[in-house]
Ligand binder design. Sequence first.
Ligand SMILES: *[C@@H]1O[C@H](CO)[C@@H](O)[C@H](O)[C@H]1NC(C)=O
Ligand SMILES: *[C@@H]1O[C@H](CO)[C@@H](O)[C@H](O)[C@H]1NC(C)=O
Length: 104
Amino acid sequence: METALLKATSKSSVPENALETVVAVFSVSDPDSGDNGKMVCSIQNDLPFLLKPTLKNFYTLVTDGPLDRESRAEYNITITVTDLGTPRLKTQHNITVQVSDVND
Ligand SMILES: *[C@@H]1O[C@H](CO)[C@@H](O)[C@H](O)[C@H]1NC(C)=O
Ligand SMILES: *[C@@H]1O[C@H](CO)[C@@H](O)[C@H](O)[C@H]1NC(C)=O
C-alpha cells in the first residue's frame, strides 16, 4: 500500500519579519492498519520552519520566527512521510517558499 501525502493548501511566499506564518496545511493517509499505518512526518531540521501536528493525520507547516529576506530569500522544504512498516514506505513532497520584502 502506498503512503500518501495530500497537500491541502500552501503559500509560495511568506512576508519577512512576520512572527508565525502558516506556509502549508496538509494531511497524510496510509490505508494500512497496524505498524504499517503509523506515520512519521518530518522536514529538514536546519530550516527555520516547524511541522506541527494538528488533527490526526493533519499537519501545519509554519515559520519558526521571523525570516529575513536579506539573509535568505528562498527555501526548498522537503516534507518526508514514512510509515513504520517493513519495509518502510517513504513519500516526499517539495515546497519552495519565497520570502517577500515588506520594507517598501
Ligand atoms: C530550490 O530548488 C530550485 C529548483 O530545484 C533551485 O533552482 C533553487 O536553487 C533551490 N533553492 C535553494 C535555496 O536551495
Ligand atoms: C525534493 O528535493 C530533494 C532535495 O533537493 C530531492 O532529492 C528530491 O528528489 C525532491 N523530490 C521530489 C519529489 O521532487
